[in-house]
Design a protein around this ligand. Structure first.
Ligand code: DAH
Length: 356
């Protein structure tokens, strides 16, 4: 029998014919691949109408069984083939429409990852180190968690000194009660005591690091900040040496035509003491917003080491003399690069940090 003859016979059969017509219409109407799948379930699934009919064939009398088996099986394979063909067609169409909607332009440049740079403060510290290493200094470090003795007492800072007050200094509670005078250093000056305690003169050292003060953050204050301490001890060190050293530093840091001036000041650990200004690198000394019209920028504190400090570390003040200085790294960065707010240094915003 040809396929046409088979189909004719199926159409003429009341039960197979109904299923054939229903399946043809359902196939015709199936608009996507999931509709094809439900047609398959409706007719060929475990409870599908064609499956049920084929199940019933074995109950038929012998003579009808052969004919019904042949027609039923043909109908089944016809339906399987038709589902396969239409399903493939619909799946291809679906794929094509997805591909045309989600077009991928492989010629677009990739999105680059933001990359970090060394922090501006780290680079300023390194610049300062390089300038002093060039003058024969050595870089040393000291602890950030300090004893009162190193941060105040041995630096000739008396009990009553205002900087010792709770409102300026972070004191640290230590368990066990073994230490009662532990604090976060308020300056890098205690490193002076630590090196002198362990090293005999002559001594030329700088010490960069963090310091902490109980300040409310604003444009010029941060409870954590950085300083670079300097100390030179030798025979016959004079105020002239201090001035020459700082002048050289200022020129290297801020530009050759800078000059420095010393203003008398007080620090407990130096005598005499001075605050040191550098001529404004923004306006060249004529007066501007950054130097507040004065033509000068304060960059550090300095002085000749107080003989009392030498006594604390067992140096002989009659045999040697020395100078010391301490500078704020953030302040130098603010001035050198015109950064308007100290807090920018600690926000870690790559838009700012990437500029330097
Ligand atoms: N430690 C001082 C401060 O934090 C800065 C300073 C001044 C350091 C004079 C020195 C110095 O070594 O001699 O304000």
């Amino acid at each position: 029998m040809t396929e046409d003859e088979l189909r004719e016979e199926i159409s003429a059969d009341p039960e197979l014919g109904t299923i054939y017509r229903e399946a043809s219409i359902a196939l015709e109407n199936a608009a996507d691949s999931s509709a094809i799948e439900s047609v398959r379930v409706d007719f060929l699934g475990r409870k599908g109408s064609l499956s049920a009919l084929l199940q019933g064939i074995k109950e038929l009398p012998q003579d009808e069984r052969r004919r019904a088996g042949r027609l039923g099986n043909y109908l089944k394979s016809w339906l399987e083939r038709s589902l396969e063909e239409k399903g493939n067609k619909l799946r291809r169409q679906e794929l094509e429409s997805t591909l045309s909607q989600q077009r991928l332009d492989i010629t677009l440049p990739g999105r680059s990852m933001p990359y970090g740079t060394r922090h501006l403060l780290s680079r300023i510290i390194e610049e300062i180190e390089d300038i002093f290493i060039g003058m024969g200094y050595r870089v040393v470090e000291g602890p950030e968690v300090e004893l009162d003795y190193y941060n105040f007492e041995a630096l000739n800072t008396p009990e009553w000194h205002p900087s010792k007050s709770l409102s300026d200094t972070f004191y640290v509670d230590m368990p066990g009660g073994e230490y009662d005078d532990v604090l976060l250093r308020t300056q890098t000056s205690p490193v002076q005591i630590r090196v002198m305690e362990t090293t005999p003169p002559p001594l030329y050292v700088i010490s960069p690091g963090k310091a902490y003060r109980h300040d409310v953050p604003d444009a010029t204050h941060s409870p954590m900040f950085h300083q670079v301490e300097g100390l030179a001890v030798d025979e016959d060190i004079t105020l002239g040496d201090l001035k020459g050293t700082l002048e050289h530093f200022a020129k290297r840091m801020f530009g050759e035509d800078r000059s420095v001036r010393f203003r008398p000041h007080f620090f407990p650990f130096t005598e005499p003491s001075a605050e040191v200004d550098v001529s404004c690198n923004i306006c060249g000394g004529t007066g501007c917003r950054v130097c507040k019209g004065t033509g000068w920028l304060e960059i550090l504190g300095a002085g000749m080491v107080d003989p009392n400090v030498f006594e604390y570390v067992g140096y002989d003040p009659e045999a040697i003399s020395g100078f010391a200085f301490g500078m704020g790294v953030e302040r130098i960065a603010l001035l050198k690069y015109g950064v308007p707010d100290i807090r920018y240094f600690f926000d870690n915003d790559l838009r700012l940090l990437g500029q330097y």
